[in-house]
Design a protein around this ligand. Structure first.
Ligand code: BJW
Ligand code: ZN
Length: 240
């Protein structure tokens, strides 16, 4: 085991208040594609460009095709050793705040009980007319799902670019980042705000900050630890 993994493992074992921020990279080893990078291409579309209001307004059927495809992949996906290590971390350190940009629900499936899903939940729909939110487990909802109550178009209950994150969740995330002793950021390119800035908040408040990713990110510059590798291989070493 390399020295920085050993040192960070010790710090984690001593800490009482821990924050964890995850992104698409933690679910990559469960077979769920990430948004950016060479593998982030879907039928010649950039996934990050489909996750917008403009795309939905222009072509809701295309956006639903994209989300139905992801829902089908996610329905078959299982938590990997990275998710499982974070569930162990919460079990042994109860003041662990897990915040995720992922909408796949794999952290809860792995056993984390409190997860701040900052970008929403792909298993929910929201009515563009009456606002009703509903859990819908059927993976493929077709190209034009409609509200049973008011007949308006349904959309995925996720946060697209230009939309505000849930204020209450975001408040909890910033409060936890401001008061934790250690913050881990895992498998995120750290380019999407405001999620990307939580690590900086923790650092400025005096926390030890650590990044686990295949490659460096804009946040690497101020990290105390940058551990390059797969989350599913590094996290089980950090939380044995
Ligand atoms: C591994 C691995 C392995 C791979 N192990 N690692 C200019 C400056 C600052 C901000 C802005 C700006 N212009 C606009 C903004 C705001 C905008 C923003 O941040 N834009 C930037 C891109 C410039 N943000 C917003 O609009 C947010 N809202 C907001 O700010 O509201 C206020 C406001 C209101 C009105 C007007 C303006 C502002 C909302 C952001 C919502 C993001 N939504 C999405 C879709 C969610 C639904 C869905 O899932 O479909 O969220 S986009 C997409 O990106 C998704 C992700 O959660 C998010 C982050 O991606 P993530 O998780 O980091 O994935 P990748 O693919 O980018 O990276 C994966 C990483 O994993 C890579 O680094 C790999 O190396 C690594 N990896 N395998 C470890 N095995
Ligand atoms: Zn409705």
């Amino acid at each position: 085991m390399n020295e920085s993994i050993l040192a960070l493992r010790e710090e984690l074992a001593q800490a009482q208040r821990i924050c964890v921020m995850t992104g698409a990279g933690i679910s990559a080893e469960s077979g769920i594609p990430t948004f950016r990078g060479s593998s982030g291409l879907w039928r010649n579309h950039n996934p990050a460009e489909l996750a917008t209001r403009e795309a939905f307004t222009r072509n809701p059927a295309l956006v639903w095709e994209f989300y139905n495809w992801r829902r089908t992949l996610i329905a078959a996906a299982r938590p990997n050793p990275g998710h499982e290590a974070l569930a162990r971390l919460e079990a042994r350190t109860p003041q662990t705040t897990l915040m995720t940009q992922n909408v796949d629900g794999l952290h809860r499936l792995a056993g984390n009980t409190s997860v701040l899903q900052l970008h929403g939940n792909i298993w929910e729909t929201r009515c563009t007319g009456c606002g009703r939110v509903q859990e819908q487990r059927t993976p493929d909802l077709g190209s034009n799902p409609r509200c049973e109550k008011c007949g308006a178009a349904l959309r995925p209950n996720v946060v697209w670019f230009g939309e505000s994150l849930n204020e209450e969740l975001l408040g909890k995330a910033f409060a936890a980042a401001s008061t934790c002793e250690i913050m881990l950021t895992i498998g995120t390119s750290a380019v999407v705000q405001p999620a990307a800035s939580l690590a900086g908040t923790a650092k400025r408040a005096g926390a030890v900050v650590a990044e686990i990713n295949l490659e460096r990110t804009p946040n690497s510059l101020f990290m105390d630890y940058v551990i390059l590798g797969k989350a599913g291989e590094i996290l089980p070493q950090l939380v044995p």
